[in-house]
Write a protein that binds this ligand. Structure first.
Ligand code: F6P
Length: 366
């Protein structure tokens, strides 16, 4: 059978364990040898105990746990050829020529570069006598497939990334909790949520929590946003509402590209409306805790599809990323998705919001 290794890379997200479990179980079911690579690319470079064969039972009881049990790390060594050469040797020694990478666009790009470089790495290892001529011909191709684990939902090509739904649940739970105490004291709460340069979490949370105002990176507030916001908040109070909830995405900016901070928003509320206002920065609570049912199921489906994609891959097959489109789990060209995701980041940094939103929203499949 084919040697498949699965690893998680970059920031963790809820549902990564469920994805790893699905890869292990479906791989074993289809007759492959499956390995864990612990600590992401660092474990691949370091080898040894970091690359271990997975068994059916080694992934028991993990599906409901948050984080990534096999660890994740940012890795400098993998950025240089010497590190990648070590990684290639560690994989070939174990008969691994298939990689399932669960991470963000940076991690997927790294895997794709590794794949392009693979044959030259194998040649070099053979020249140095580190691998045999037989191994050189047997392991001449590297196959990769990606899955996106991120709470930000910032990857082009998939409707949802693994972890987004769980983070949203956590945000909503927190807002509900805050709303209860806010109600007692007739307070206004400014809730700061994660998402990096993507406003998905903030926007979805604001809809699901009846928030009064939301700031997201993709939608620049009008220059006179302080007075507009105050008008809206006071009209809600006049209508009998005891609280106000404002959600600020951590990446929100104003028309000059300056970050709209929670402090700024609070100051506007206090100065103009003399309301009792508090800030809650949700932080890593959003990334912690167990995965939602949606993320568990999504990760199971994506993990199985990832293994199938590897089983069917031929030398000339373009690597894919497993995505959700509508309610279908599909395969899309990995680098096209990565490139579009990077184009969105570029457009955002150049304050080209319309281009960014258009690029992000466009479907690949339809
Ligand atoms: O990408 C996930 C994310 O949680 C972002 O929402 C946030 O901006 C960032 O990672 C935080 O990074 P770190 O965990 O390194 O502090």
């Amino acid at each position: 059978g084919r040697g498949i290794a699965v690893f998680t890379s970059g920031g963790d997200s809820q549902g990564m364990n469920a994805a790893v479990r699905a890869v292990v179980r479906f791989g074993i079911y289809l007759g492959a040898k499956v390995y864990f690579i612990k600590e992401g690319y660092q474990g691949m470079v370091d080898g040894g105990e970091n690359i271990v064969e997975a068994t059916w039972s080694s992934v028991s009881g993990n599906l409901h746990k948050g984080g990534t049990i096999i660890g994740s790390a940012r890795c400098k060594d993998f950025r240089v050829r010497e590190g990648r050469l070590k990684a290639a040797r560690n994989l070939i020694n174990r008969g691994i020529t298939n990689l399932v990478v669960i991470g963000g666009d940076g991690s997927l790009t790294g895997a794709n570069l590794f794949r392009h470089e693979w044959s030259s790495l194998v040649d070099e290892l053979a020249e140095k006598g580190v691998v045999t001529a037989e191994a050189k011909s047997k392991y001449s191709n590297l196959y990769i497939v990606g899955m996106v684990g991120s709470i930000d939902n910032d990857f082009c090509g998939t409707d949802m990334t693994i972890g987004t739904d769980s983070a949203l649940h956590r945000i909503i739970e927190s807002i509900d909790a805050i709303a209860a105490t806010a109600y007692s004291h007739q307070r206004t709460f400014i809730m700061e949520v994660m998402g990096r340069h993507c406003g998905f979490l903030a926007l979805a949370a604001s809809l699901a929590s009846e928030a009064d105002y939301v700031f997201i990176p993709e939608w620049l507030p009008e220059a006179d946003w302080p007075s507009r916001m105050c008008k809206k908040l006071s009209s809600e109070r006049e209508a009998g509402q005891r609280i106000n909830i404002i959600i600020v995405s951590e990446g929100a900016v104003d028309r000059d590209g300056n970050t709209i901070t929670s402090e700024m928003v609070k100051d506007v509320v206090v100065k103009n409306l003399h309301q009792d206002a508090r800030i809650t920065v949700l932080g890593h609570v959003q990334r912690g805790g167990g995965p939602s049912a949606f993320d568990r199921v999504l990760a199971c489906r994506m993990g199985a599809e990832a293994v199938l994609a590897l089983m069917e891959a031929e030398a000339e097959t373009e690597p894919c990323v497993v995505s959700l489109d509508g309610n279908q789990v599909i395969r899309l060209p990995l680098m096209e998705c990565v490139k579009r995701t990077q184009a969105v980041s570029k457009a955002m940094s150049e304050q080209n919001w319309d281009v960014a939103v258009q690029l992000r929203g466009r479907s690949f499949a339809r």
